[in-house]
Design a protein around this ligand. Structure first.
Ligand code: FES
Length: 107
């Protein structure tokens, strides 16, 4: 099963198994990883699953759709590496993915 590492804003790393087809948000919520809220349940309407995907992983993901890009404009502490965790579906090719978490999400 692919493994995903979540890195808190303070630098704490947590690595968990995330089933293929689940989202990066699902992986965080299923493993009680703080920093991802997922208020809309993955519907791409809240941006409380904001995360950062740095190189080299960033280029391995499908590009963000228009809806995701629009919502990211409201994310706190936006960076060029910002993505919505609910929009990243895990595949075998993403085994080893590392995502950073912001200090806070929208309330
Ligand atoms: S969980 Fe709401 S946008 Fe991702």
């Amino acid at each position: 099963m692919p493994r995903v590492t979540y890195v808190s804003a303070a630098g704490a790393r947590t690595t968990v198994d995330v089933p293929v087809g689940d989202s990066v948000m699902d992986g965080a919520l299923d493993n009680n990883i703080p920093g991802i809220i997922g208020q809309c349940g993955g519907g791409c309407t809240c941006s409380t699953c904001h995360c950062y995907v740095e190189a080299p992983w960033r280029s391995r993901l499908p590009a963000a759709e228009v809806d995701e890009l629009a919502l990211l404009e409201y994310a706190i502490e936006w960076r060029p590496s910002s993505r919505l965790a609910c929009q990243i579906r895990i595949t075998e090719a993403l085994d080893g993915l590392v995502v950073g978490l912001p200090e806070r999400q929208l309330p």
